[in-house]
Design a protein around this ligand. Structure first.
Ligand code: FES
Ligand code: FE2
Length: 325
């Protein structure tokens, strides 16, 4: 079933990791659409995964001379989605104008392939850490979740659960209180003030201390926090982005960035993140209602839920319907 959401259909949605798309085309489900993602000498491309001739999945085909070749009768499509060769047709005969597949916006950025079902004019989220000198970035995901994207994103923006769900890792049970903070409108979206969190070992030195989280909401399904150590000035950020795969399943990905050397390999960093995510997953998969209530009277919020409240207001303003109520 296709997910009808006019707002999300015009967003850049994460399709897969960039390293998953090599010479073979791959199939990805985005908002219930079957999409083929493939790479040519010019970069990456995404089409509806459906051949106009007899409905074959183009993702079972191959890439030849910069064209996507259908696995069934070998019709060839160029990067715009136009059919440029039909082997069964006599050479002097023109290719029918209707021989075309739907091409979507497709870009490779930040270690991922992004697809925009509605074109390519949607704004990108700001990610200054990625461009900044001296930062290291680790791509994380995919992680499949049986929940709708807004619940998953809000869990990432939720500061109060750190010392509960992630006790011993991202918080400690003796420091569950959250001090007051505000959230502000910025040109890109919403940003929180720094929120003080006491963590058992924030930098791997074994020393428990306070760190400061700033949450940023810049797109409906892509958010970020930056964690700052006031003593050392070290920063670490995690960008989270979620793909609505189909009506039951979403897929989360992230970029974990460090302004310093954390002394860990990429796989140690992603394993830690997998472990943290595994703690959140059962909670998120069992929240009711599954759709995030945008009416703030429906659930009971505290002052410390200001980031979540801002996220709900933001989704409401944008008119996001999928996964909201
Ligand atoms: S189904 Fe694609 S070429 Fe025939
Ligand atoms: Fe969490």
């Amino acid at each position: 079933m296709i997910i009808q959401d006019e707002v999300l259909r015009k967003e850049w949605i994460v399709a897969c990791r960039a390293d998953e798309v090599k010479e073979k085309p791959i199939q990805v489900h985005i908002m219930g659409e079957r999409v083929v993602v493939f790479r040519t000498g010019d970069g990456v491309h995404a089409f509806k995964d459906l051949c106009i001739h007899r409905g074959a999945a183009l993702s079972l085909g191959c890439v030849k001379n910069g064209h996507l070749v259908c696995p069934y009768h070998a019709w060839e499509f160029d990067a715009s989605g136009a059919c440029v060769h039909i082997p069964q047709l006599p050479a002097e005969q023109a290719i029918p104008k209707k021989a075309q597949v739907t091409a979507y916006g497709c870009e490779e950025r930040y270690g991922f392939i992004w697809v925009n079902l509605g074109g390519k004019d949607a704004p990108w989220f700001p990610f200054p850490e990625y461009e900044a000198e001296g930062w290291r970035h680790v791509v994380w995901g995919p992680q499949t979740v049986e929940a709708k994207p807004p619940r998953i994103v809000e869990n990432f923006l939720d500061v109060g659960h750190l010392a509960v769900v992630h006790e011993g890792y991202l918080g400690v049970e003796t420091h569950t209180e959250i001090g007051d903070y505000r959230v502000h409108r910025v040109p890109e979206g919403i940003r929180s003030e720094e929120i003080e969190i006491f963590q058992p070992d924030p930098d791997g030195s074994g020393q428990a201390k306070h760190v400061y989280y700033t949450y940023e909401i810049a797109r409906p399904l892509t958010v970020k926090f930056v964690k700052r150590d006031k003593e050392t000035g070290q920063r670490m950020s995690i960008l989270l982005t979620v793909r609505p795969q189909d009506t039951a399943t979403s897929v989360a990905y992230g970029v974990i960035s460090f302004s310093y050397d954390p002394g860990l390999s990429d796989s140690e960093i992603t394993s830690f993140q997998d472990m943290i995510f595994a703690q959140d997953k059962p909670v998120v998969e069992n929240q009711k209602p599954e759709d995030l209530p945008l009416d703030l009277q429906v659930e009971l919020s505290l002052k410390c839920d200001r980031v979540s409240i801002a996220y709900r207001q933001y989704l409401k303003e944008l008119g996001v319907e999928w996964g909201t109520a």
